[in-house]
Design a protein around this ligand. Sequence first.
Ligand code: 5GP
Length: 116
Amino acid sequence: ETLFSKIIRREIPATIVYEDDEVLGFKDIAPQAPVHVLFIPKNEIIPTLDDLQPSQAHLIGKLALAAAEYARREGFAQDGYRIVMNCREDAGQTVFHIHMHLLAGAQLGHFGTPGR
Ligand code: 5GP
């Protein structure tokens, strides 16, 4: 279990901006863009994308649909946005409860270059 389970149970505070039966969306505590929201599955703990089972594949679509709905609702869907999932050390994953980052609100810089 990670701190995201505590956010789901409202045991630690977070700015929750999206919720449905399967997905919770909340603002990242250390935003990397003007808009930075994390979308997570509420009912299953999957540590990394590498742990995702075929029976759980729909959850990734649910996270993406939640992000897209949030972008439309907040009015930046037409300007654009980026979704990111980090898997393990080389991608800088720090919380081992699968999550989709939504980044928006500015022209986003290039990504993917080695940091070390
Ligand atoms: P990762 O690096 O694992 O892909 O992303 C984890 C994200 O969770 C980071 O962007 C980090 O800022 C965010 N984060 C870590 N702890 C908390 C917290 O307690 N509350 C919120 N809202 N975000 C957190």
